[in-house]
Design a protein around this ligand. Sequence first.
Ligand code: ASP
Ligand code: MG
Length: 461
Amino acid sequence: MAKIVVKFGGSNLRTMQDIEHVLTVIRRYDRPLVVVVSAFYGITNMLEEMLFKAQHDHTSIAENLEALIAKKRDTIFTMIRSRDIQNKTKEIVDVRIKALKRYLKGVNYIGEIPPFVSDIVMSFGERLSAAIMTALLQDRGVSCEELTPEDMQLITDGEFGNAEVDFSASAEPVRKRLAGAATAVVPGFYGVSKEGKVTLFGRGGSDYTAASIASCIGAESLDIWKDVDGFRTADPKLVSDTHGIHHLSYTEAAELAYFGAKILHPRTVEPLMNRRIPIRIFNIAKSDVADKPYTVISINGTQKEDIIKSVTYSDDFCILKLEGPGVGNKPGILAKVTREMEHKGINIKSVITSQTSINFLLGLKDLQPAFRAVSGLKLTAVKDIITEENLSVIAAVGEGLLEKHGIAVRMFGAVSERGINMEIISVGASQVAAYFIVKQSDRDAAVRAIHEEFFSKQKGK
Ligand code: ASP
Ligand code: MG
């Protein structure tokens, strides 16, 4: 029987009551699992802060670590019932916190945070939560062991802060290591490079850990537990009458995550698509009612009559514009710029060109580095380099978007009817997504306009 990979995020691991609830959910599966855990709520942010402070302030290290130790001891001694397991867990946690302390001291000593140290330090949230969750499950009679990415050789491409799994190197060792009959508890968020260095998968990366492992072992399903419903027709913080979405295709889910839906890490879908492993998203707050997944993501695409399944947005987009009378058709420019950006580790989200302008859509953190990189190239055809911030990208997603006539027109029409100016529009880059860019101040109105067009009108509202 193939195992199920089950992932719990930081928001499921906030209070002791939450943790108890997670233990109940795991026990209710009543079969061996691979349980991937995030750090307990808030711990990753806390570690990030510790790192920055440690650079210049050595007294902060002991203070912060004491607070961390106190939290962990509280959980261990309040929640674990067996004395023996309490003491063993305290020892494991103490050893890990000691190692963390050494890295923080190193940062203080050199006054800098090298990327490899940043990745190791940030991984301690998961190292601590996995140890404690393993102990708690054992305490509650579940036969289980902790297996770290180091133990199972979850190998990455080695990029610090934003690594990808190297499946050809990982698949076999991971499958072998997880073949046993016991439940395995795995710290999420990181893998190890071929040289054995800890490399993070980016914030929220435990989803990707879980997806990668599910792919390596050919899991029956990847179950992601959240404390909110799964995918919805729009962000309920912006739109009052949203509906839940019970089924999405892989491509739809990937596009929604890419364009800002915070339900999944954007790369979660990738490893599962080829192997056709379904992703089931559960809301732990509703697990007592019925263990029915809220959203299921699988290969079977369904087409709605109105095509659009969800509208989403992200504020993490900005534009770097290269202007000049002939930039659009002058051959080498794009190649030179993209090569330089790749060299500087800048991720280009999209490129849109016209005769007089090349527009690079980038994440906010990449804007200034990209500006410097392009300026440094001194391209004669480029007369001006312009940066634009305070933008939002808004995307509507649905199978059939490109095939069904008039859908994109309806979407853009609904937005422009409200007098909102769309700076850039793109249809056709993806089979299932159309997107446009507006000023951030127009974002909410634009999302509402599309939601009303596709989800409220038909209901006679
Ligand atoms: N703990 C990490 C974060 O907060 C990874 C995760 O939660 O998935 O980003
Ligand atoms: Mg998370």
